[in-house]
Design a protein around this ligand. Structure first.
Ligand SMILES: [Zn+2]
Ligand SMILES: [Zn+2]
Length: 214
């Protein structure tokens, strides 16, 4: 039931390049529920766009996250309850944190846009057999993590909390798909105050960096 304490989030799930129908359905369903415990009812709107031209860095053989974030910054702008998640089937690096050798995702902290790359979430990237369930679970975790930043959360020291920094895929696998109690409490406050603290074009927060052997 909608109460005075229930915020309504309008989440735009924007898929760039190749459509990934099964993953999109998984994310749609998972993200609809992800913030309900925080007092937010989430409506998910799915759209597809062509890959943005000119994002490939030939030297790195990776795509820059910046143009995707810029695209999302001006996508349905100035709607206080609108948040945007870009899904990109390319390996990404962050122009604002170029020393990171890759990123799983990046967010406008306290803003309204974030992106995730699905490339390094697929077990086949690491030479392992296809495992759709694991791939989908990782993508949902990364999506919730980046959206957590958008809603105002910082990184958390609890290795099982969704807001823990993932330096490598093993870190993502250790995490639960939900925030710890402390982050859940903060998230409830963030969702409630969203209209007041939101800023535009805040510095990004990259995720992922050195290879990890753990
Ligand atoms: Zn936490
Ligand atoms: Zn992060």
């Amino acid at each position: 039931m909608q109460t005075e304490d229930t915020a309504r989030l309008e989440l735009h799930l924007v898929v760039f390049g190749r459509p990934q129908a099964r993953l999109e359905r998984h994310l749609e369903a998972g993200l609809r529920d992800a913030f309900s415990a925080s007092g937010a009812t989430t409506d998910v709107y799915l759209s597809h766009y062509a890959q943005i031209a000119g994002t490939l860095d030939e030297g790195r053989q990776q795509h820059s996250s910046g143009p995707f974030l810029h695209f999302l910054d001006v996508f349905n702008p100035n709607e206080p309850n609108s948040i945007k998640l870009g899904v990109i089937d390319e390996d990404l690096y962050s122009d604002s944190h170029p020393s990171l050798n890759f990123i799983f995702g990046e967010a406008r902290v306290g803003g309204d846009s974030c992106v995730i790359s699905t490339t390094r979430l697929d077990p086949r990237f690491y030479g392992l057999p296809h495992n759709e369930r694991l791939f989908h679970a990782r993508a949902l975790k990364e999506a919730v993590h980046e959206l957590g930043h958008v809603l105002g959360l910082a990184h958390c020291a609890d290795a099982q909390c969704i807001m823990h920094f993932s330096n490598c895929i093993e870190d993502t696998d250790i995490k639960r798909a939900q925030p710890c109690d402390a982050c859940a409490e903060k998230l409830r406050g963030c969702v409630k105050r969203r209209g007041k603290f939101r800023v535009t074009r805040a510095p990004g927060s990259g995720q992922g960096s050195r290879p990890c052997s753990s």
